[in-house]
Design a protein around this ligand. Structure first.
Ligand code: FE
Length: 200
């Protein structure tokens, strides 16, 4: 099989947010979709290594902010390339409000948000799928939603020239210096797997 065929599937990019006690957090996901219209339900799939994952498991509530084609790489870095376990991602972040469920949603680089409550969890090994009832939502702008493909071509900076030898993560640019890349390798920066690495 040509494993690159999987890249022909189209994805969006979203900031997934949750709150617990006085703590807010958010991460980037590319898997959010409406699964039924009546009742109105969406599914999200979240890597278990994300702090937001654990917060949703405990609280059962979250918001999904849909990112637009104007999103900057800094936003992706802020939410995607650091962990909420060690950093407060909203400390210096401008451009968000709180929805009726008490959870943050983005107002900048975002064309709408959906609030949801978990209906069913499915354990997928590395990830959990949360099938959830939509409880609220709002349109913020008419700027087109960014796709993962658009992000790869227009937002992600070209990789810096490096003398390093090894394997580069196509998602965040991290270089793993070794001859072979183990099949179960996980990028320490963005948590993507070996399939997203390319030999330098
Ligand atoms: Fe990475």
């Amino acid at each position: 099989m040509d494993s690159k065929v999987m890249f022909k599937l189209s994805y969006g990019l979203y900031v997934l947010t949750a709150s617990e006690e006085d703590r807010d957090n958010g991460c980037i996901i590319n898997t959010a979709l409406q699964v039924t219209g009546n009742p109105n339900r969406i599914s999200i799939t979240v890597n278990k290594m994300n702090h937001t994952h654990d917060m949703i498991k405990r609280t059962g509530c979250f918001n999904v902010s849909m990112l637009t084609e104007q999103v900057s790489f800094d936003v992706i870095k802020n939410f995607g390339f650091q962990s909420g376990k060690t950093v407060n991602k909203f400390e210096d972040y401008e451009g968000y409000l709180r929805a009726d469920n008490g959870i943050i949603y983005l107002t900048k680089f975002c064309n709408g948000f959906i609030s949801a409550k978990v209906f069913k969890e499915i354990d997928l090994g590395t990830h959990t799928m949360f099938i959830s009832d939509v409880t609220d939502g709002k349109i913020i702008s008419d700027i087109p939603s960014v796709t993962y493909d658009f992000y790869q071509k227009n937002i992600k900076p070209a990789p810096a020239k490096t003398e390093k030898k090894g394997w580069i993560c196509k998602i965040c640019g991290y270089v793993h210096e070794s001859e072979e890349l183990p099949e179960d390798f996980i990028c320490p920066i963005c948590k993507h797997g070996a399939a997203d690495f390319e030999k330098l």
